[in-house]
Design a protein around this ligand. Sequence first.
Ligand SMILES: Nc1nc2c(ncn2[C@@H]2O[C@H](COP(=O)(O)OP(=O)(O)O)[C@@H](O)[C@H]2O)c(=O)[nH]1
Ligand SMILES: [Mg+2]
Length: 306
Amino acid sequence: MLFSKLKSIFKNLSKQLSDALSYKAIDERDIEEFCSKIFIDLIEADVAYDVAESIVESIRRNLKGLKIPRSVDTEEYMSEILYRSLHDILSGGVAPDFLETIRNVIAKDSIAKIMFMGINGVGKTTTIAKVAYMLKQSGIRPVIVAADTFRAGAQEQLRKHCEKLGLPFIGGKYGADPAAVAFDGVVYAQKNRFNVVLIDTAGRMHVDVDLMNELKKIVGVIKPHLKILIVDALTGNDSVEQVKRFDEAVGVDSVILTKVDADASGGAALSVIIGVGKPVLYLGIGQGYDDLIRYDPDAILKMLLR
Ligand SMILES: Nc1nc2c(ncn2[C@@H]2O[C@H](COP(=O)(O)OP(=O)(O)O)[C@@H](O)[C@H]2O)c(=O)[nH]1
Ligand SMILES: [Mg+2]
């Protein structure tokens, strides 16, 4: 289950808080005690240090001076307080509706050009196939372009997805100029009345200069409407660093977080969501085409606290 460990942490916490409250009013000392306990729990669940700090700070703020009405169920009330504390932190990263954004761009410019970036293995190609599937389901016609000409096999991987999805595939030879391949994709879309061009790009093991120059060239030639960075939930804090580096070099509009299903505790994923400082569009929750869910803080909070 997604976020399972965090879920049990928060459940315990609201229980303990409500037990403490059932026989006396909560004072500063209690608050500090609970806050240090939850901090350790969060760290043990792979939540990044500064993210754990900001969560605890938000809980502390919401607990201070709290007067609990006599009639309420204290455990439910505490769960409500935790909900509010996390909501304050999570709602910073909500992106405008993706499909609506795409539709607006199409209405204005006839073709929406979307570029996907990220280091090796984060799930770019898989995510593009998922996004293409979703667009197709919504009656929007996408073209997929394999502008990853760096890794042998990258073209073949995407071609297979296109066959399965019944979508045109635009590729280039190994070592070909990625910007030229992307350009071919846009021309193909224009000629054949497709609405969206999804551009897959190469990754490297690390963020490096060659990669950034390659991406800058694609951006210069194509002028994408959206530059989406794909990050892997399991990477935790390092993905926050990746967002910074890509943003400085080419600009990042929003983020898709993959492999949330593989993060057993949920702490790493939560850290990325809170730490990236960019709107999060979708969460990847598996390898199937429909394993892509819209990022919605309320839905996440329901998973965590209900
Ligand atoms: N469990 C899980 N695996 C994923 C997810 N997204 C991608 N993957 C897997 O991650 C691996 C690398 O994906 P790929 O799309 O080739 O990454 P790329 O190098 O960034 O293009 C593949 O085995 C994918 O099936 C996800 O949301 N959940
Ligand atoms: Mg790839």
